[in-house]
Write a protein that binds this ligand. Structure first.
Ligand code: FAD
Length: 350
């Protein structure tokens, strides 16, 4: 075992992946995670009907080679997103939706069997739950000669020779106190670095039967006319749990959950018929209300802005402080693939 003590901040995909890679190199790792849940922007819900529904990361495709290689290494199966049948596009609220079919030749998207959380669960078994301290929100980080002192929300002080942050950079500079201050350039960059999907609202409607498939509908809906903006079939691949799932118009975060639910069901019945009103449960997650993911920007920051900026590659404080996480990745930043690329990049530096 290497004597160096390394602390990783955040137990999302980047954090647990970095821990996995550095443990393999013999490092002593502790992860401090603010939430009681491990996974960050990966969260799979299990409904009462057995449907597994993603409130966070869901899809990947062939260019996401690092993710695919990891799933293969861990023997985690994945399957093609169902798109067969008639899909809908609503252009305006007062005209019937247009119908179209998605070609089989289109680049497929994949989902993980049993839900994206399977990947996190596997990484937890590799890293060891005892090395991940949940409900430990880092509030302050201080450089003291050749080590770093980290204070968490329980008032506990941890020390490490090196620390690696996996927080979205914007959240990092807005919510953790650094002594000495981080370089101005990094602070400015982080404040203008978009946190992918931070403003999004995910929803899922669970059904006892996949009535849309029975009517030869794919379950895909794109709309610029109502609350649902993008939606897909979200049934389990074993046909033992059924749901429709997608994204709501981000502006509707100002409504209550009940108001959003009512609008979603109204839109679904309009498009798919009255069977859509016979649902088991409605689920949603408003990510901009998650203080461990989203922090309001001081200025306009566009989707993916400054993601993958090469300045994140340079360690700070004489190589004791590393800024990682999906948004810092040189390839596919913001995505699960980016989280793995960023983790591999850190591992090469140790
Ligand atoms: C709604 C949504 C849909 C998405 N869809 C897809 C998709 O289909 N495909 C895809 O590839 N990607 C998707 N993504 C993106 C993907 O989820 C992320 O790229 C990836 O999960 C990021 O992992 P990460 O570990 O870098 O960051 P995070 O998952 O954000 O992890 C950061 C961790 O730090 C913790 N934390 C925060 N503050 C502190 C603190 N002060 N102290 C300690 N811990 C702290 C958080 O609780 C969290 O666990 C989606 C994301 C969302 C939100």
């Amino acid at each position: 075992m290497n004597k160096e003590k390394i602390i990783i901040i955040g137990a999302g995909l980047s954090g647990v992946m970095i821990a996995y890679l550095l443990q393999k190199k013999g490092y002593n790792i502790t992860i401090l995670e603010a939430d009681k849940r491990i996974g960050g922007r990966i969260e799979t819900l299990k409904g009462s009907s057995g449907a597994t529904m993603e409130m966070g990361a869901t899809w990947f495709s062939k260019p996401h080679q690092n993710l695919i290689a990891l799933l293969e290494e861990f023997e985690i199966p994945y399957f093609k997103q169902h798109t067969k049948g008639i899909s809908f596009f609503e252009t305006m609220s007062f005209v019937p939706p247009q119908r179209f079919e998605i070609s089989d030749a289109e680049e497929p998207s994949f989902r993980i069997v049993g839900g994206t959380a399977k990947l996190i669960e596997k990484l937890i078994t590799k890293v060891g739950l005892e090395n991940i301290k949940t409900k430990s929100k880092v509030t302050a980080v201080k450089e003291i000669e050749n080590y770093i002192e980290i204070t968490d929300s329980n008032g506990i002080k941890h020390t490490a020779t090196k620390i690696i942050s996996t927080l979205p950079p914007h959240l990092l500079v807005q919510t953790i106190q650094f002594e000495p201050h981080l370089p101005e350039k990094i602070q400015r960059l982080a404040k203008k670095t978009h946190t992918w999907m931070g403003e999004s609202i995910k929803f899922a409607v669970e059904y006892a039967n996949p009535f849309w498939k029975e009517n030869n509908y794919s379950g895909t809906l794109f709309s610029q006319a109502s609350i649902i903006q993008e939606m897909y079939d979200h049934s389990n691949n074993d046909n033992k749990g059924f749901a429709l799932k997608g994204f709501l118009n981000g502006g509707t975060y100002t409504l209550t959950k009940e108001q959003r639910e009512e609008k979603v069901i109204l839109q679904l019945t309009k498009v798919f018929g009255k069977e859509a009103a016979n649902y088991v449960a409605y689920h949603e997650k408003v990510w901009r209300e998650e203080p461990l993911t989203f922090f309001p920007y001081e200025q306009l920051v566009l989707g993916h802005e400054n993601n993958g900026n090469s300045d994140y590659n340079k360690p700070l404080w004489n190589d004791k402080l590393y800024v990682s996480g999906s948004e810092t990745a040189s390839q596919n930043p913001g995505y699960m693939e980016g989280a793995i690329v960023a983790a591999r990049n850190i591992a090469t530096q140790f």
